[in-house]
Design a protein around this ligand. Structure first.
Ligand SMILES: Nc1nc2c(c(=O)[nH]1)N[C@H]1C(S)=C(S)[C@@H](COP(=O)(O)O)O[C@H]1N2
Ligand SMILES: [Mo]
Length: 240
């Protein structure tokens, strides 16, 4: 994958645990980039001013369809990370570069939150109960420096995604290891994935490995391929 092969990332991925299975879905990636060029799935209310959830009786953002199943989407590589090799590391503009093992991670205060998923491919799934370590707690430990304005997540499959600090610091953001009372399945990003409910689901990095705090923005895998830099479903920020 381009991102993982990028020299700036190489050092960060060295010594990464686990094994990666599968192959990059080049065709799927090309199709999605064509969707960006075509403005696929955009509905007229994309041009309207934002209607926030509390302003509309409908929990479904514009252009979304409700599903009851939970689709699996990724760029094709499915890492298998044994818990005794699992680590979460932090770099960039922070006071404390934590390195959490699985036991360290579980020893942090645990939070539960129920949220809706909104995927840019137009499906939404209501009432997902996540358990894990909140971004609020994580931030209280790593203590970002005042210059830190953007966060980049880097995953075991080489995937990256970027979010403005304000979205990451939101009360509903978790590093989740359980979904609906059971360990998060590997296909959905287990052992641990990020969950950022206020943004389209591509911002919720599966198999998260590394968190980097930056003073300037750095587009991630899909952002570099035409997806919106922020990705607010209520503003229908699909493409950038
Ligand atoms: N590490 C990683 N995280 C990822 C992806 C990926 O390919 N790799 N795909 C993103 C996209 S595009 C979506 S829609 C969601 C899908 O999550 P799900 O498979 O649990 O539904 O994961 C996001 N996080
Ligand atoms: Mo997606």
């Amino acid at each position: 994958m381009n991102d993982a092969n990028d020299d700036r990332y190489k050092a960060l991925f060295e010594g990464q645990a686990g094994t990666v299975f599968g192959a990059i879905k080049e065709k799927l990636i090309a199709t999605k980039q064509q969707w960006v060029r075509d403005g696929r799935l955009l509905t007229d209310d994309a041009k309207e001013p934002t209607a926030r959830p509390w302003q509309r009786p409908n929990r479904l953002p514009p252009g979304q369809e409700l599903v009851k199943n939970w689709p699996v989407l990724d760029v094709g590589l499915k890492p298998l990370v044994p818990l005794d090799q699992w680590e979460l590391t932090v770099a960039g503009l922070v006071e404390k570069r934590v390195r959490w093992s699985w036991d360290d991670f579980l020893a942090q205060p645990q939070s539960e939150i129920t949220t809706d998923i909104h995927c840019v491919t137009a499906w939404s799934r209501f009432d997902n109960r996540w358990r894990g370590v909140s971004a609020k707690h994580f931030l209280s430990v790593v203590k970002p420096k005042p210059e830190a304005r953007f966060v980049v997540f880097m995953s075991h499959d080489g995937y990256t995604t970027n979010v403005p600090m304000g979205y990451f610091a939101s009360d509903d953001v978790l590093f989740a290891h359980q979904w609906n009372g059971a360990p998060l399945a590997r296909e959905h990003g287990g052992p641990v994935r990020v969950v950022i409910p206020k943004l389209y689901f591509w911002k919720s990095a599966k198999w998260v490995r590394h968190v980097v705090f930056l003073d300037s923005d750095k587009p991630g895998f899909w952002e570099a391929r035409g997806y919106h830099n922020v990705g607010d479903p209520w503003k229908q920020e699909r493409y950038g």
